[in-house]
Structure formats: C-alpha cells, structure tokens
Design a protein around this ligand. Structure first.
Ligand SMILES: *Cc1c(COP(=O)(O)O)cnc(C)c1O
Length: 358
C-alpha cells in the first residue's frame, strides 16, 4: 500500500504519473528504449524537453521576455549562481532572512558579493516573516532575494513585495501551487522535488534584461547565458527528472491547472490549520498571517503525548510528519500531489488522540 506521504522533499508524486512512468519504463512509445537509455539529442527527448518547457510556460503564464531553464545542482546551486551572475565583490545585494533556506542563500552569497540583510526574523526562531515596513532596502542593491515559502519553518510571504530592485525568489516549495505574477520577478528558481517531480532538475525562470551585466568570469555551467544559448543542453540534462516533470506538468494541466490546484491546496491547509487551532492538544508554530499553505508546522501542547500521537499516525499510514531535524515538532507538507483525503486522515488522527486522552 502507498503511504499518505507528507514528506517535505523529495515528496509525493501523483500516482497517475508514477503509473505512466511504470508503463513506459522499458520502452518509450515505439522506440524500443527507455527514456533513460536514449540520446538527449534524440528527437524523442527533444520533444519531451520542449513539451515540459511549453507546459510550464502555459501553466505559469510566463511572459515572452523570460527564459525557462531546466538545470541541475538543485536550488542550492542557485544560491551561488545568483550572486555570481548578478553582483560582484564590490557591489551589493539585498537579502531577506526569514528561515533556514534564505540563511543558506545569504552565506553562499557572501562568497561573491556584499550582502545587505534587509531584515531578519531569526531572533524569534523564524516563527513569523519580517514585516515589510521594517525592511532596510539599499537603493543600490543589484537585486533583492527572498524565499517566499520557508519549507523548514513553514513561514510564507504571500505576496511579492512592491519594491524597485529586481526581485529574485526561491520558490522551491511553492512553485506551481498557486498563481504567480511572473512579471513581478527577475528570476524565480525551484528544485523540482517538492512540487514538480523527482529530484535532479532545477527550474529557473529568468528575465532576459537582468543578464550579462557582471564582468567576472563565470564557469560555463554556472552561467545562465550559457544555459540559455544551449537551451538547457549545455551538457547532458537530467533526462529522467525532466521526463517525469513533463508528466507531472501534464497531470496538473489535465486536472485544471494552477487556479484549480490552488483551491485544493487552500482547502487542505484550511482543514489542517483549523484542527491545529481547535484541538487543545496541538498548537501552531508560525504567526497566523504568515502560515505556509504548503508546509504546516505544529507542536503538541504536551510533549509527553509524542509517543501515542506518533503511534496513531503511523498506524493510519501517514509518513513524513516529523519536523525538520533542526527544529523538531511536526511538519505536514501538503504539496499539489497530496490528496485532500490524506489531510482528512491526519485530522482524524489528531481527533482520535484527543478522544483517547479525554
Ligand atoms: C528544498 C529547498 C532548497 C534546497 O533544494 P536542493 O534542491 O536540495 O538544493 C532550497 N530552498 C528551499 C525553499 C527549499 O524548500
């Protein structure tokens, strides 16, 4: 039996997509080969890569003056590529510090640029997002970087800020989960393994006008312009990850696209947060207005109930509910492919614990 998978990433993939992978694993179409066994220069793989890109552009309504790339190295490699490509040792970039991932982006950024941390919620253990009124933006910053959804803490910044600098966003855990006005951003990036497919490929949407302004030497594989020139084929792409992402994007289109999945995602989050707030045995960790729709973090009010609670959710077939090892507690990741029913099962388990303890 497949579990009810609340893992934070790699994460649940739609069962229909996995079935399709299974049926095509030995031979893709009438090629007599698996997609993993053929040249990435073949017309078949070219079609897969082009379809993935086109469907992504359609789903996200990406404007014409942006390039869409499928790279490797994960979101973490973007932490280095961004400062390398858009700032220099003598220039500065603005970063918002709102959780573990933006913190990592800052420490990597410091290797290539001056960094101005515009605001931080670290003192409060990242349990809320720094309010925009408190941000200390630098008018000379080459760009502004933030993580709209901090996957580990479950803190979200729900709307892009209205600021003058080019905005760069780590959307690893929110990409494709809600409509995004791409025109408000200069670069968006996301590792595929949260909401788009398997680990191994990293999505980058980049506005052409921001490119080509630094003078430093950039290694080819870390240079956005090199990847654009070669249409994401500067070397062998992660063929299997791109292929499964393509199937996942088609699945999302078929079920109704991003506005449809946003409704489902909002329902799932509302259902779980309502129970966290109602049930006296649980408490949310993040300030209500900054709660993530994708990753809900919560604690037991009495830590001694961990053993009975853990036993109940495991018996119910739930998997991946433990909080990140750096913060503890619980985290329910509710990406696109997690069925609403799985959240209902979790809520039932929380109520069962309450009844058991009454
Ligand atoms: C998972 C995650 C990352 C790290 O992604 P990798 O692909 O493992 O490098 C970075 N940022 C956010 C917001 C994430 O959720």
């Amino acid at each position: 039996m497949r579990v009810r998978n609340f893992c934070a990433g790699p994460a649940v993939i739609p069962e229909a997509v996995l079935e399709e992978v299974k049926s095509e694993l030995l031979a893709w179409g009438d090629s007599g080969m698996s997609i993993m066994e053929m040249s990435h220069r073949s017309s078949i793989f070219d079609e897969v890569a082009m379809t993935a890109k086109k469907d992504f552009i359609d789903l996200m309504s990406v404007p014409d003056d942006y390039d869409v790339l499928f790279l490797q190295g994960g979101a973490t490699q973007q932490f280095s590529m961004i400062p390398m490509n858009f700032s220099s040792k003598t220039e500065s970039a603005d970063y918002l510090l709102s959780g573990t991932w933006s913190k990592k982006a800052i420490s990597e950024g410091l290797k290539f640029s001056n960094i101005n941390v515009v605001a931080s919620s670290e003192e409060g253990n990242f349990t809320s997002a720094p309010e925009i009124e408190t941000w200390n933006l630098d008018s000379k910053a080459k760009y502004f970087h933030y993580a709209p959804n901090e996957t580990i803490q479950g803190v979200a910044i729900h709307n892009p800020p209205e600021i003058d600098s080019p905005i760069i966003a780590d959307m690893s855990s929110v990409i494709l989960s809600e409509p995004i006005d791409v025109s408000k951003f200069s670069l968006i990036y996301a590792g595929a393994q949260k909401n788009m497919g398997p680990a191994g490929t990293t999505l980058v949407i980049v506005k052409e006008e921001i490119l080509g302004k630094v003078t430093r030497h950039i290694p080819t594989m870390l240079n956005y312009q090199a990847h654009i020139a070669k249409e994401s084929m500067a070397n062998t792409p992660a063929v299997f990850a791109v292929y499964v992402s393509m199937l996942n994007l088609q699945w999302l289109k078929d079920i109704g696209g991003i506005s449809f999945i946003e409704e489902v995602n909002n329902k799932k989050a509302a259902l779980l947060y309502a129970e966290i707030d109602r049930n006296p045995l649980f408490k949310g960790i993040v300030a209500k207005e900054d709660r993530s729709t994708m990753n809900a973090t919560f604690n037991l009010t009495d830590p001694a109930l961990a053993a009975p609670f853990d036993a109940l959710w495991k018996v119910a077939g739930i998997n991946g509910l433990n909080g990140h090892r750096s913060v503890g507690g619980y985290r329910a990741s509710m990406y696109n492919a997690l069925p609403l029913h799985s959240v209902q099962v979790l809520v039932d388990v929380m109520q069962a614990l309450e009844n058991e303890q009454a």
